[in-house]
Ligand binder design. Structure first.
Ligand SMILES: [Zn+2]
Length: 329
């Protein structure tokens, strides 16, 4: 993902790239941290963190790589075992450097596929080919613990509970987990992002998915494992009229649970997979993202920068929101 270019340019032109008013960062940081421990949270962040480490142990996982293939196997086995219905959505993209075809695949896991109204929970599962912002070694190994594995790990853990949730709590909506390929198969900053979500959104809009159903809401999870967690409301998500109620619902769920790391204030505008889902697929999708992450796109984006507690907090909020999600607003 990347910062909204037009917005950044507009802010820079307006001289607004610094905060217009002084912010008391210490108080702000205090306000954004809860005293919750892993024991307080009934979502298994420890197991989610083990999944995160397992995924990172596969090594680099850019589109078309061996690591990606290994991850796809891992996820298919995991979700098949849990009773999900797995679809592979294949497509091809010319390699940005060589033009050779690169096979890509969005992995879709359906729960309660017979329900026609559905909720989309998604993340990207490819990793940046190289850590391009790493000053020491921009051609080194990038394993994307937060930027890649964190969303996948959270959905793997949620998969353990989703059957019960749909049986006992959420009886209206079916749920699809979608893992997007090609989010950042880029070799320079001006590369083409969001290939998987673009392909998926066009297929959905054109009635070409291998299943029926209408998405009422979408939630994108990206960079949610940072040990130093702080999730403001992403700018586009809270700005679009059709996603604002969704943002309000998720952040009020967090408030009810005491997860203060979901900060009810507008954060940066982030261009991410949700822009494709909303603009091309017309799926009201919000981005849950902590974009304040110093190891971003460096070799330091490793499991030790993430935590079980952060995964537990985000997983708990999303699960509780999902249990009670309504379609009418
Ligand atoms: Zn990234």
């Amino acid at each position: 993902m990347l910062l909204g270019g037009g917005v950044v340019a507009a802010l820079a032109a307006a001289g607004l790239l610094i905060w217009p008013q002084p912010v008391k960062w210490s108080e702000d940081a205090e306000a954004a941290s809860s005293r919750l421990t892993l024991e307080d949270i009934p979502f298994d962040g420890g197991r989610a963190y083990e999944y995160l480490k397992t995924i990172c142990a596969l090594g680099r996982r850019p589109s078309g790589s061996e690591g990606m293939a290994a991850q796809q196997d891992l996820l298919e086995r995991h979700f098949n075992t849990l009773g999900g219905t797995v679809h592979q959505q294949w497509f091809q993209i010319p390699h940005p450097q060589t033009a050779a075809p690169v096979p890509m695949m969005n992995l879709i896991v359906q729960w309660a596929p017979e329900r026609s109204e559905r909720i989309l929970l998604c993340c990207h599962y490819d990793t940046l080919p190289y850590p391009m912002l790493d000053k020491r070694n921009p051609r080194g190994e990038f394993v994307g613990a937060n930027d890649g594995a964190s969303g996948v790990a959270l959905l793997m853990e949620l998969g353990n509970e989703i059957g019960t949730i749909l049986e006992r709590h959420q009886r209206h909506f079916g749920v699809d987990f979608v893992f997007f390929d090609g989010e950042e198969f880029i070799f320079s900053e001006d590369g083409r992002y969001f290939l998987g979500s673009e392909y998926f959104s066009r297929a959905y809009a054109g009635g070409k998915l291998p299943y029926r159903g209408r998405y009422r809401w979408g939630v994108l999870l990206d960079m949610i494992g940072d040990a130093d967690l702080r999730i403001p409301q992403e700018g586009y998500s809270v700005g679009w009229p059709e996603t604002r109620p969704l943002v309000n619902d998720i952040w009020s769920t967090a408030r009810r649970l005491g997860v203060r790391e979901f900060v009810p204030r507008r954060g940066p505008y982030v261009r991410d997979d949700h822009t494709m889902l909303r603009n091309l697929g017309k799926i009201p999708t919000c981005d849950v993202i902590d974009f304040d992450y110093p190891p971003w796109h460096t070799m330091d984006d490793r499991p030790d920068q993430c935590s079980a507690l952060s995964l537990a907090k985000v997983g708990w909020v999303i699960r509780e929101w999902l249990k009670a999600a309504e379609g009418g607003r």
